[in-house]
Design a binder for this molecule. Structure first.
Ligand code: PLP
Ligand code: SF4
Length: 348
């Protein structure tokens, strides 16, 4: 079902340096290309002094800054401690080498079934649909693995389709990445048309940060594609802080629900972003107001460059217990960590 009213258009909050391209492209792709990539420009937009911010050119060279302009409008001007800014700004602390923080923290190398297909858990095949994201999150394991050569889309999905078709125990396909919704809608439709021929698939799940960081992505063609799929669809948004929601995000999420999509949120517990009971409670409540139920609260994957975001397990458990004492049961996410070799996410 397509919502009757069109989505409100995001205003142009800050001038973009790039001129409009001559080839017409969906609006969201233009917004995508207009993302801010220069840490100094980002700080300037927020009225912050680059010298005081501790930005690291070396960290930015290793994993570039990338943040859509709409997301920047949700940051508090003049506040270096803003929880959204902290998620995207490359800082000196990333250059520290900390024991225990490695390059392949989650063991994806070992769980590969085919190019772009990872299976760690029973029944669920994860497709690395693309290596691209609209935003580069500093805490992400992807900072070391852009997966550029290993996406399932590369060969027109043939390898991925063959490996899923050959394993009748797989009943759920998970589109992940990178951000799977960074693929153009016709490319996604090409995949699901092929998946539809596999009888043992019962559910489709999409993990995407795009409805939050670039809500323009939820356009009419995407909603048409979603509402025509032959399986129940779950979309797991990745929001870490209540301030990531605004009226445009709300409208995008409402449209997704209108298309019959079940919305869940998974967050990462991050020092200086959401490491308080208030922040976590606000996140659950704000998400729920937008039609999203909390799913997981993840302990950080221990990859190089993210140690300053880590919250120790003891503190994480205490925060989670306090959250459970405060909120309705269905507003409390499961606190988990990914451990190599486990049969599912491990509860803390
Ligand atoms: C996290 C993950 C899943 C999904 O696990 P759920 O507990 O069902 O959310 C599936 N496959 C892989 C490889 C994963 O890392
Ligand atoms: S995979 Fe998710 S967390 Fe990582 S950079 Fe992309 S959007 Fe951010």
């Amino acid at each position: 079902m397509i919502p009757a009213a069109p989505l409100p258009l995001q205003p142009e909050p800050v001038p973009a340096p790039t001129p409009a391209p001559s080839v017409p492209a969906p609006r969201w792709q233009r917004r995508w290309r207009e993302a801010v990539r220069d840490p100094r420009e980002l700080l300037g937009l927020l009225g912050l002094d680059a010298a005081a911010a501790g930005i690291s050119d070396a960290a930015a060279a290793q994993f570039p800054l990338r943040v859509p302009r709409g997301f920047i409008t949700r940051m508090r001007p003049g506040d270096l401690a803003d929880p959204l800014l902290r998620q995207v700004l490359p800082i000196d602390a990333e250059q520290r080498i900390v024991p225990g923080f490695s390059l392949d923290a989650v063991g994806d190398g070992a769980a590969k079934k085919a190019d772009g297909v990872i299976q760690k858990y029973r029944g669920r095949a994860l497709l690395v649909a693309t290596g691209s994201c609209a935003v580069n999150c500093r805490y992400c394991f992807r900072r070391h693995f852009p997966y550029a050569d290993e996406t399932a889309a590369r060969d027109g999905w043939a390898g991925a389709i063959a490996s899923i078709a050959a394993d009748p125990s797989i009943d759920e396909v998970i589109l992940s990445g990178g951000d799977p919704l960074s693929l153009a809608t016709p490319k996604l439709a090409e995949l699901t048309a092929q998946l539809a021929a596999i009888p043992h698939i019962r559910r489709l799940r999409i993990h995407s940060r795009l409805p939050v960081v670039l809500p323009e992505r939820v356009d009419a063609p995407l909603l048409q594609w979603l509402s025509a799929l032959p399986w129940p669809v779950t979309l797991v948004i990745h929001a870490n802080h209540a301030n990531e929601f605004d009226a445009y995000v709300d409208a995008a999420l409402a449209a997704l629900r209108g298309a019959g999509v079940q919305l869940l949120n998974q967050a990462v517990l991050l020092r200086g972003v959401n490491d308080s009971v208030d922040a976590l409670a606000d996140l659950s409540e704000r998400g729920f107001a937008a039609g999203v139920l909390p799913y997981y609260l993840h302990q950080l994957d221990r990859v190089q460059g993210v140690a300053h975001f880590e919250v120790p397990d003891g503190e994480a458990r205490a925060l989670h217990a306090a959250l459970a004492a405060r909120l309705s049961g269905y507003l409390v996410p499961k606190l988990v960590r990914e451990v190599q070799g486990d049969t599912g996410k491990r509860p803390l």
